[in-house]
Write a protein that binds this ligand. Structure first.
Ligand SMILES: [Fe+2]
Ligand SMILES: [Fe+2]
Length: 215
């Protein structure tokens, strides 16, 4: 069961939120679990394969930056302590994903998206708006986000170079985690988001994917 967390005063809250944003966007927050691909041998990919794998892993890294922004924004305005704890716990596992994707990008001689500050800021703002609608909406956003991330992880597992087993190992573990996050949010009382919210989220996600593949 999630442990209750203290509410901060407004100044402390601002400092905490700033620290979270800086850690996510510019830092390299440490993972709390070992990289699932740690024992998978790294093979040499040709240039085209390496660039494609890096593009996909950059998208996944941005997805995790967005998840952190969304969950921290939602947690900042969540009404119930349980909902807030749920969001912060989910964000903790996303930190592992963020660290694993960043590590794989370095192994592929690539780098995270240059637009990460924008992705984070936009997601945080969306999280605050969702959170202000109430905790049912908050959890509904978690379910929809996790389901959409799960779908694009599936797509990436199909299109990653077959030889890139290290990226595959990371994505498989992430997919398992995202499915669990969605299930927990459903059990915690998520409401089904009305049309057109899921479609708008899918459109924003397609735009993010198109940009993050390259930049
Ligand atoms: Fe994640
Ligand atoms: Fe997740």
């Amino acid at each position: 069961m999630a442990l209750p967390r203290p509410r901060f005063n407004p100044v402390d809250q601002l400092l905490v939120e700033t620290q979270r944003a800086l850690d996510t966007v510019f830092g390299n927050p440490p993972a709390t679990r070992p990289n699932p691909a740690v024992d998978t041998p790294d093979v040499v990919l040709n240039d085209a394969e390496r660039r494609h794998a890096a593009g996909l892993m950059r998208i996944n890294h941005v997805g995790e930056v967005c998840a952190q922004g969304l969950y921290f924004g939602q947690a900042a305005v969540a009404r119930e302590a349980d909902t807030r704890a749920h969001l912060l716990d989910a964000a903790q596992e996303e930190t592992d994903h963020l660290a694993w994707c960043a590590q794989r990008l370095r192994e592929l001689d690539s780098r995270p998206s240059v637009f990460n500050p924008l992705w984070y800021g936009g997601s945080y703002a969306l999280g605050v708006v969702a959170g202000l609608r109430g905790d049912g909406w908050n959890l509904g956003f978690v379910v929809e986000t996790e389901r959409q991330v799960e779908a694009h992880l599936d797509e990436h597992l199909q299109t990653l170079p077959e030889a890139d087993q290290r990226s595959r190992g990371i994505l498989k573990q992430m997919k398992e985690d995202e499915a669990r996050h969605a299930e927990h949010a459903e059990q915690a009382g998520a409401r089904v988001l009305p049309w057109p919210v899921p479609s708008l989220m899918a459109t924003a996600s397609s735009l993010m994917k198109a940009v993050a593949y390259r930049l």
